[in-house]
Design a protein. Structure first.
Length: 400
């Protein structure tokens, strides 16, 4: 289990000159629309609570006016919460004075905006090193660190260029480098890719996922784009009128929508691109060991109504597969081990492999797909019927 990095408790943000009256009505159960009509106060965030785990990409998603960007800016107090608590590493930053808050922003919280906000008169290197310059880090040291981060985000060789010489995607990489150079624990990304062309946007999404595999930051990502949320998010919080409608993994949001609003929001999504092997696989309740022989293999297959079985070693790593036909032939020939009849080239997938890729694999495969972890330990089995059932279940809106 990951530790909790950020805890948000009963967060409320009201814009207006009489927030107390708005909160009073909010506590009585009045809607955002009713409160605006009665008090002329806008409830941007309506009593929101959630936890963000260390090292995850947590996506705040919703339509315009849903409160997602306001919540993000409350996390570093660029916008002051009206009520509630925000705990970073267990410390409530809503109680911090200006000096403490400044230190937290400099050292723990990095922010990447939709508009790149680069200094046009500074080079790429100078832009990337700016955060360290503000902290008073000597020039040689900050430039060395900035060069290393620029290489990480794919901008090695562009250090002397100016922002006007870069494409939109490259400028956003500079913004990302500037946020990373101070080595923050948390990255706050507000519609960071929304201003980019679709192709560049997809490339940046891929870059972020690749970068996250290296740096493993806690990332809070704001978007109004469902496909982007599903691609990037470890978990997604879907918002409407400042309130959370559902928090869950992409698969949970798609397959088990919490209410009608969520269901309508996600309808029309190509489930095969989001549903993963983990969601359609069956646990391998029956497997063979290398020490088992053809007789054992036939008996186990007969008892369980199977035509093949996966074989694992002593620690559960996948070795191969044995078919009933091969086992029967081995018995007829008087063979006593599985090694000679083992099919070693079997289709495999990781738990996070999209169903769209599984469909292609199963179309060409003679055998079920083995789902293995990165250490090649067998964790599940996928057959054609399971994939079709998973897609059909979503189409019918049926829950297990």
């Amino acid at each position: 289990m990951r530790s909790i990095k950020i805890q948000v408790r009963n967060l409320v943000k009201v814009f207006g000159d009489n927030p107390g009256k708005a909160i009073e009505l909010l506590d009585q159960g009045f809607s955002k629309v009713d409160i605006l009509a009665r008090t002329n106060q806008t409830v941007a965030v309506a009593d929101v609570s959630f936890d963000i785990q260390e090292g995850e990409i947590f996506v705040l998603m919703g339509l315009s006016g849903s409160g997602k960007s306001t919540i993000l800016r409350c996390l570093n107090r660029l916008i002051e919460p009206t009520r509630g608590h925000i705990l970073l590493d267990g410390e409530d930053i809503t109680t911090y004075g200006e000096k403490q808050l400044r230190e937290v922003r400099r050292k723990k919280l990095g922010m990447v905006f939709q508009q790149f906000a680069l200094f046009p008169h500074r080079t790429v290197l100078e832009n990337a090193a700016y955060g360290l310059e503000v902290q008073g880090v000597p020039r040689q040291e900050r430039e060395e660190q900035a060069r290393a981060v620029l290489e990480t985000v794919g901008l090695k060789g562009w250090e002397k260029a100016y922002p006007r010489e870069l494409s939109g995607g490259m400028q956003q990489r500079v913004g990302l480098a500037r946020a990373l150079v101070c080595q923050p624990d948390v990255l706050l990304m507000d519609e960071a890719f929304s201003g980019l062309d679709p192709l560049i946007r997809r490339e940046m999404q891929n870059e972020l996922l690749a970068l996250q595999s290296q740096v493993n930051k806690t990332i809070v990502f704001v978007t109004h784009d469902l496909d982007e949320a599903l691609k990037l998010g470890d978990r997604i919080a879907l918002l409407k009128d400042g309130a959370i409608q559902q928090i869950g993994t992409p698969e949970e949001i798609l397959m088990r929508p919490a209410n009608e609003y969520v269901a309508k929001f996600v309808e029309g999504v190509d489930v095969s691109k989001v549903l993963t092997a983990e969601g359609v696989m069956k646990k391998p309740l029956v497997v063979l060991s290398l020490k088992d022989g053809p007789h054992v293999a036939l008996r186990v297959m007969r008892e369980n109504g199977l035509s093949s079985l996966f074989v694992v070693d002593r620690v559960g790593r996948l070795v191969g597969l044995v078919t009933a036909e091969a086992a029967f032939g081995a018995v007829e020939r008087g063979q006593h081990d599985l090694a000679s009849i083992l099919v070693r080239e079997v289709p495999t997938a990781l738990p996070e492999t999209p169903v769209s890729e599984l469909i292609e694999m199963l179309a060409e495969a003679k055998y079920p797909v083995a789902v293995t972890d990165p250490e090649r330990k067998l964790v599940g089995v996928v057959v054609k019927g399971a994939v079709l059932a998973g897609l059909a279940k979503k189409a019918r809106g049926i829950e297990e």
